[in-house]
Design a protein around this ligand. Structure first.
Ligand code: IMP
Length: 505
């Protein structure tokens, strides 16, 4: 007979935290959100810690190089998506490791043979007013010119006019050589009264831009996550098929941590992948595994050698796995079960294997709940997809700005390896959707707002660190009627009243 759980699987909305005692020390500036990313032995230091408990999802629509740099500056880490060629993924990792603060790889590039119409379309897509004109229209080929809004007048010029006819040619540009420092570049911007300084290699290929408008933002990032050589930390997704080629390429590119990306991780394929990595690299290459939703799955992956274990099946915002296959578990119950197994494993073996809650975070308070329930850190997709730095297009839908966001199991991503069960190399049916999420601005502003809520709630619970929160948190289930009490109720919200009614003529 099948096994039946006594309790239903629950999710975040069904829980609330009950405050504990707050002493004078319990103020947000005293809260540390440092947390362990990979396993460590009792009494030893964790080899990689995060300064904030956030990592970005292993997804095409989330974790590109720009988001990776922005998140590392705030103290978290991105996992660059694995659903791309090995060369492209390794190159992305290498670019994050090579990133120099203030030096920005060009996002808007066009070839001299393209037309004004093409340029206007590009500008609408990227929102950038400076476009590099390069020989083949890519970000790092030879620079032949620059186009800014001062170079053309759409109302007076034909859309068919070639870019080379109206660009400012390279011969008239002031540019810098690759060895320039940020301070020297900023001095040049001011001395020569420039808005943009292209930085070129010895063969005239475009490396970066330095923008005058960024000058004020070249400030300190107190929680920045850097390695011993002051480079940003970055992770990358791998799969259980091509790891023998992909892992060495990523390691060579300088990746700091890997994660096996799979919708369901309690499988021999994950154990085989972990074994291959341990045989080849010992403990020097860090690799997480998942996803699982119970203690049994956790123990399997911990024993197979995972450096951390990821929790979550079917709870992601773009996920339709539960509808398609009828598998999964409410995220709150899954975390509570896995956290118990992690603590038991630690008691038995003296090895602490961090756990990551992946998917289904909607409100900021869900993050605090997940941490209180035992998660060491959180993987977020929808949350980061809304920001400027995510790699997708910003579009206007019904008058509002949106960003595109699609699942790795959607036909758009075609990431069949994530759903691989050893059969044919194809995506047999979709487990994710293609969608929009409301555009929300910069990563920095949003992350800082979210973290201030987490710090504040932790103070209410009398906790100054994440491990302390996990020990002290008191969680209660909520009844359906008390959920109504939790929102604004029995008042008429000003936003819902038409202005003409409020101020009659
Ligand atoms: P979100 O933060 O709720 O948007 O969830 C993101 C997580 O959903 C990712 O980290 C993945 O674990 C998971 N995910 C990504 N793509 C898909 C998909 O197409 N189907 C199901 N789950 C997905």
């Amino acid at each position: 007979m099948a096994f039946y759980y006594d309790e239903p699987a629950r999710t975040f909305n069904e829980y609330l935290l009950v405050p504990g005692y707050s002493s004078e020390q319990c103020i947000p500036t005293n809260v540390s959100l440092t947390t362990s990313l990979v396993k460590f032995k009792k009494g030893e230091k964790c080899p990689i810690t995060l300064n904030i408990p956030m990592v970005s999802a292993i997804m095409q629509s989330v974790s590109g190089e720009k988001l990776a740099v922005a998140l590392s500056k705030e103290g978290g880490i991105s996992f660059i998506y694995g659903s791309q060629s090995i060369e492209d993924e390794a190159a992305m990792v290498a670019r994050v490791k090579a990133h120099k603060a203030g030096f920005v790889p060009s996002d808007s590039n066009i070839s001299p043979e393209a037309t004004l119409g093409d340029l206007l379309d590009l500008k609408a897509r990227t929102g950038h007013s400076t476009t590099a004109v390069t020989v083949d229209g890519t970000a790092h080929s030879k620079l032949v010119g620059l186009v800014t809004s001062r170079d053309y007048r759409p109302s007076r010029m034909s859309r068919d006019l070639k870019v080379k006819e109206f660009m400012t040619p390279a011969s008239k540009l002031i540019y810098a050589n690759k060895d320039i420092t940020l301070q020297q570049a900023n001095d040049m911007l001011f001395e020569k009264k420039l808005n943009t300084l292209p930085v070129l290699d010895d063969d005239g290929r475009l490396l970066y831009f330095v923008f005058r408008k960024d000058y004020a933002t070249h400030k300190e990032y107190p929680l920045e996550l850097l390695d011993a050589k002051k480079r940003h930390l970055v992770g990358a997704g791998i799969n259980t098929r091509d790891y023998a080629e992909r892992v060495p390429a990523l390691v060579e590119a300088g990746v700091d941590v890997l994660c096996i990306d799979s919708s369901e991780g309690y499988s021999t394929w994950q154990a085989q992948t972990l074994k291959w990595i341990r045989d080849k690299y010992g403990d020097s290459v860090k690799v997480g595994a998942g996803n699982v939703v119970d203690g049994e799955g956790f123990r399997f992956l911990a024993e197979a050698g995972a450096d951390f274990v990821k929790i979550g099946i079917g709870g992601g915002s773009i996920c339709i796995t539960r509808e398609q296959k009828g598998i999964g578990r409410g995220q709150a119950t899954a975390i509570i079960d896995v956290a118990r197994a992690r603590d038991e494993y630690y008691k038995e073996t003296g090895i602490y294997v961090p756990i990551c809650s992946d998917g289904g975070i909607v409100y900021d308070y869900h993050m605090t709940l997940a941490l209180a329930m035992g998660a060491d850190f959180l993987m977020l997709g929808r949350y980061f997809a809304r920001f400027d730095e995510s790699p997708t297009n910003k579009v206007i839908i019904n008058g509002s700005y949106m960003k595109e966001y699609w699942g790795e199991g959607s036909a758009r991503a075609r990431n069949w390896q994530r759903y691989d069960l050893g059969g044919a190399q194809k995506l047999s049916f979709e487990e994710g959707v293609d969608s929009y999420v409301p555009y929300a601005g910069s990563l920095k502003d949003n992350v800082n707002m979210t973290l201030s809520k987490i710090r504040s709630t932790m103070c209410n619970c009398g906790a100054l660190t994440i491990p302390e929160l996990q020990q002290k948190a008191k969680l209660t289930l909520v009844s359906a009627t008390s959920i109504v009490e939790g929102g604004a109720h029995d008042v008429v919200l000003k936003d819902s009243v038409a202005t003409t009614d409020r101020f009659p003529k």
